[in-house]
Design a protein around this ligand. Sequence first.
Ligand code: MG
Ligand code: MG
Length: 635
Amino acid sequence: MKTSIATVSLSGELPEKLEAIAKAGFDGVEIFENDFLAFDGSARDVGRMVRDHGLAITLFQPFRDFEGMPEPQRSRTFDRAERKFDVMQELGTDLVLVCSNVSPIALGGLDRAAADFHELGERAARRGLRVGYEALAWGRHINDHRDAWEIVRRADHGNIGLILDSFHTLARKIDVNSIRSIPKEKIFIIQLADAPLIHMDLLYWSRHYRNMPGEGDLPVLDFMRAVAATGYDGYLSLEIFNDQFRGGSTRSIAVDGQRSLIHLGDQVKRIEPDIAMTVPEMPAPVEVKGVEFVEFAANEEEAEELALLLRSLGFRRTGKHKSKEVTRYSQGNINLVINTDRQGFAHSSYAVHGTSAYALGLKVADARATVERARALGAEPFEQRVGPSEIKMPAIRGVGGGVVYFVDEQSDLKDIWDLEFDSVRDQAAPKDAGLVQFDHVAQTMNVDEMLTWLLFYTSILKAKKTPMVDIIDPAGIVRSQVVENEAGSLRITMNGAENRRTLAGHFLAEKFGSSIQHLAFRTNDIFATAEALKANGFSPLQVTPNYYDDVEARFGLEPDLADRLKATNILYDRDEHGEYFQLYSPNYGEGFFFEVVERRGYKGYGAPNAIFRIAAQKRFIRPQGMPRRGKDIRA
Ligand code: MG
Ligand code: MG
C-alpha cells in the first residue's frame, strides 16, 4: 500500500506542509488548487519541491461543476478543463479529481454525463492524463458512488475512472459491499476520512469535522475491506477537512495521518489475510494486562511531601534502587516509584515540569513486540543509558513527552523489581488501606491533542475508545474520553482542556504541558479503606452536604447509606451495570490528585460527580496561598 495526504489536511504554508508530509513517511500528496494558488511560485516550482521531498503528486483537485452542463456553460467547462490540464502537466501529475456537479443549472441524466466524460477522456488521453470522478454526498444529481460508477462505466474510456471517498459513501450510509463488484483498474484512487457521528448538514459536517480513520465513528474499516476485496493496491489518500487540524501542529497531524493509514491497513490484513494490498509487517495489537507502575520525577524536598501523602494512603516503602536515587512504594499490586536522581531523563523532566508523574509502566504479553509495533506505527522509541544493575526496559515516548514503559512476564523484565531494587523494611509502615490495583490513569492535555493520543493508544494497544463526555468545570468544559480494554485491565482517561481557568487547564499551564493528573486506585471495600485512611491521618477532599441530599433523592438511597457516604466524603454513582464509590485526596501541587474507587459492576468513571469534585478541589486550593485575584483558576 502507498500512502498519500491532501495538502488541505494540514496547517501551514505549502513548503512546511510538504516537509511534514515527507517526514511522516507518506509516499505522495494531493495538491489542492488553493495551496498552489497561494504559493508564490510556478506549478513547475511546486512540482520540483514535491519531488525534492521524495514525494509523488497523487492528484490535483478539485475540478468542480463539470458534467451535465447546458450550452454555453458546457463549452466553457471544457475550456476550464484544458487549463487545469496545463497546470497538471507543469506540476507533474497525471490525475485530476472531478467531483459531482452541484450547480443548479446542471442537467441530470447518466448518458449525458457519460458522454461529457467520454469527451473529457479523449482530451485527457491526448496529454497522457487521467480523470477520476467522485460522487459528493451533496451532489445535485449524483451523490452516490454507485451512480458515479455507472457514469464511468458508460463513459467507457480508459482515461476515465472512479474516485471513492469513504466520507461521501459512509455519510450517506451507502452499502459498502457495492464497491466489491467494481473492477480495480477503474478505481483511480481511494480517499479516506473518518468523522465523529454528529447530526448536521452533510456539507458542513464534511468541511469541518472530518478526521483520520480510527479517530471518528464511521465504519471506515468496513469501507476499506470492501475496497481491498477488489484487489486494489494503489494509493490510500487522506482528505481531511478539520478546523482543528488546520490550526494544529503540522508535524503531529501528519504523523497521525500516516499512523491512521498504517493501522487501517494492518486491521484489514488481519481480517482478510489474502488481500492484494501490501501492508507493513508488524506484531499484532498488544493486550495490556495492567498498569505495573507509575513513576514520579521530583526533587528531594517534594519527594518527601509526596511520600507523606502516599503513606497516608497506605503505601509502604518497599524498595531502594541499587544504583540510583529511586524509591519504590507499594500496596496490593500497585507500585509507585519516586525518582530524585540528578541524572537521566527523569531529572530533565523534573527540570521542565516540576514534580510530576512522567512515566507509565504497562504490563503486556510481550514488551519488545509492543515497541516493535509502536515503531511501525510511527511512535518515537525511548532509550537511555542503563547502569550495571539495570535492565533495558522497552519504552516509547508518550503524552506530553513522557514515557510509556513496557514489562512482561516472558523475559527478565519479570524480575525487574528484584534485579534493580534492594528491598527495604519500612520501619514506620502505615496501615494498609486495602488498595489493590490501579483502576485508571488520567492524563490531561490540550483538547486539540486528544485525537492524537486516542489514535496512539488504540492503534498500538488492543483497546477501544469510549464516546466523548463533557466534564463540567465551573470555569468551562473539559472533554473527556476513555481508552480501555475489554478486561478492564487498561483504563486511561484523557481529559482535554480548552482554557486555563478550568482545573485541568490550570494544571496544564502550571505543568508546562500534558501529563498524568490523577491516579485512581481500586479497593474492594471503600468504607474499610476510608477508615484505614483516617487512621493514617489522611483527610479526604470535603464534599458539600447539598451533594448528599441530592444523591440520596436522585438514586433513592437508604438514609443509612447516604449518611455513611456523607460522613466519609465518598461520592456515589450508578449505571445499568452497578454502583460506583469514589473518594479523592486533596490536591498535591498544581492540581495533581489521587482517587480511590470501588466498583460494584459499574463500568464508567463517575463523570456526573466531576463537577462536585472540581468545585471542592477549587475550594481547597483557595486557602493554600492561592491569591484571590491575579491567578485565574477560580471561576
Ligand atoms: Mg474526496
Ligand atoms: Mg477518575
